[in-house]
Design a protein around this ligand. Sequence first.
Ligand code: SAM
Length: 317
Amino acid sequence: MFQNLVGRLACPRTRERLRFEAAPGVPAGDPVEGGTLVATASGHRYPIVRGIPRLLAADAPPRAGAVSTKAAFERQWRHYARLPRIFGKDPAEMARNLTNARIGARIRRDWYRGKWVLDAGCGHGRYLRAFADLGATAVGVDVGDGPERARVPLDDPRIHVVQGDVLHLPFASGAFDLAFCDGVLHHTPDPKAGFLELARVVKPGGAVYVWLYPKEAFLRETVFGAARAVTTRLPGALLRTLCFAIAPLTAAVRSYSGTKFPRASWGECAQVVHDWLAPPLQSHHTSEEVAGWAREAGLTLLEDLPVPVGVTAWKPA
Ligand SMILES: C[S@@+](CC[C@H](N)C(=O)[O-])C[C@H]1O[C@@H](n2cnc3c(N)ncnc32)[C@H](O)[C@@H]1O
């Protein structure tokens, strides 16, 4: 973490601003390796460990499935974060997603320069460097330890990583120009609440981008629902073996990332299968539903993503 992040942080329980306290005997310069973030009025204190502020609202009782979903992703990134391509994409392909039709017509390459971008549910951090290379300061937040497993470069002043929950974002209202959230809200117990949080932390004139799993035809929903009822209960090692064994089936079964065997490696396909079969929390949505959340958040200029289902929408300036 670099200290210029502190002004954008907020207590995830009370939303008051935080103050940085250096650890005794540790030089207080950038990048910050350790120390404490303090909410002065409420007295809540949050540690910075290995350069990452840990801003989880630990007293909020975890909702059903949230703990095992976090653990499933931590296992996923522990085993797959070092693959050259995640969800079948290399860094150049990811960067393209941030400047092409996927992000919407109003955001182009030049837009990012000098902007602050939140990558909510950043996972192993595949988009953080791409945002930074476009000229933005990128802040990744994830509930799990994926980003540190992937060794996101914490000594790069253009990149910050925070451990926090998208349902209780540890950021001040209006802290970001863009809140980007790709494939995350459907793994939370309350996707709409997550969307409203994203809208809160965007400044007037800023944008929210969200992509979630679409609601599919009855047969596909039923078959995958039945399969996941079993796989989400399997022990981690057994599930990993299963995902590896069936990875070549991606040649025949459509995945949202387009990852297909043998164009993608066996390991890359196993990661995508694991992503689908492991997390207990997984919900599917319609574009009407997501557009309704955007309108409720007061956002305008709604643009459906070219792939179902998601939106880029703007907070009036
Ligand atoms: C399918 S991965 C997507 C990662 C990344 N957005 C990407 O596109 O590569 C979902 C990520 O969401 C994170 N996640 C799940 N629930 C979350 C929550 N409540 N708050 C923050 N992150 C969460 C998981 O830890 C996981 O890393």
